[in-house]
Ligand binder design. Sequence first.
Ligand code: PEP
Ligand code: CO
Length: 458
Amino acid sequence: MQMVSLSPPATWSPALWRSSPARQQPEWPDADRAEQVRQRLAGLPPLVFAGEARRLTGALAEVAAGQAFLLQAGDCAESFHDFTAVTIREKLKLLLQMAAVLTWGATLPVVKVGRIAGQFSKPRSSLTERIGDLELPSFRGHMVNGEAPVPEARVPDPERMLAGYHQSAATLNLLRAFTQGGFADLTRVHMWNQEFVAGSREGRRYERIASEIERALRFLTACGVDVVGERTLHQVDLWTSHEGLLLDYEEALTRRDSLTGDWYDCSAHMLWIGERTRQLDGAHVDFFAGVGNPIGCKLGPEASVNDVLGLCERLNPGRVPGRLTLITRMGAGRASELLPPLLSGVREAEHPVVWVCDPMHANVFTTASGRKTRHFDAVMTELEAFFAAHREQGTWAGGIHLEFTGDDVTECLGGSEQVDEEQLDAGYMSLCDPRLNGRQSLDLAFRVAELMRVPPGE
Ligand code: PEP
Ligand code: CO
């Protein structure tokens, strides 16, 4: 892979963002304590290496060129409470399963990126939230405060950044062991089907693909291909990502790469800027313009062509393919109208971006009983509009960005098991936004593989 240097201005430094307006940052009650935590974090080892982040940029460059597809998925908010080997393994299984379906269906490499090992801080639309009769400061993710509906829990505590760092390190350690140590071996493709999924229609459909993959491997062996010795069949690259929201944390994890001299945010391979913090003159854009990692940026319905071109110029002035991923989240009803001008504007400006659809965040609504949810049909409608808009504009629909869990939850409505409003209470575990469960995710993967293959209306 070519060694790309982003070369931010020589005046850039990890603390430069402090001179710009920073939205969505907690007000730590004791500034000295927060500073001590920042210093401790800055002295701890990096979670990922610059060279790994560069390899991911290379993989994403293939996506930008239309030769691969990005699958980015995981929790809306990771939890300090729900932290076991089993939950991590189940998420990984689902990601591998979906990637197998997409690779098989579209015959393209799938770049696998988890919203995992660092997805602990949340932007909020309002400073406070109402729970029953109480008006409380909003829950901002476990790296900032607690979700319990009592005022003490909602006070931001900087020590949580250290806990988040250590949980990320342990999660990443297990993911590296699973993905490099045999669990992700393609010959184990049947074992990724979870029990509660296996008996369903999607589960049975997956079993058929898994059997075909096994047969293909036997065929290759019979042809004399060294299937046992081929590393790519036995290990996978699973990259980590989270929203780079909490700049105290991201600054402390930013290190200078000894090889290139460039700065990298070593808290994850890929970081994205959220819809609420993508202002061109804001601290988040200032910060991420200076680090060498691949960067994502969410784009909601208010994003204008000028905003998007401004972000391309600020975040990727060198037009490095794979450096910038634009994640559109427009809503099922509006994607067909809002996407085409953005796609053609970026195409005409010749910026080599990766286009990804987040069909989750603009399709949320609250039920009469107060549950935040999304309907599977709305998610699919936005995905269909995304693929159709890219076909129409001659641009590459490069990937999907999802909130899912390997647990058997009922948080999103619909899907082939027809989750309805009454069932939401039975298995609603998310700390923040509703996630697709295993069956819904697998169903979605099959449908996306079809959308990748068949032009709509043909
Ligand atoms: C998220 O990805 O969880 C999120 C808050 O997204 P957005 O910035 O698109 O609203
Ligand atoms: Co979310």
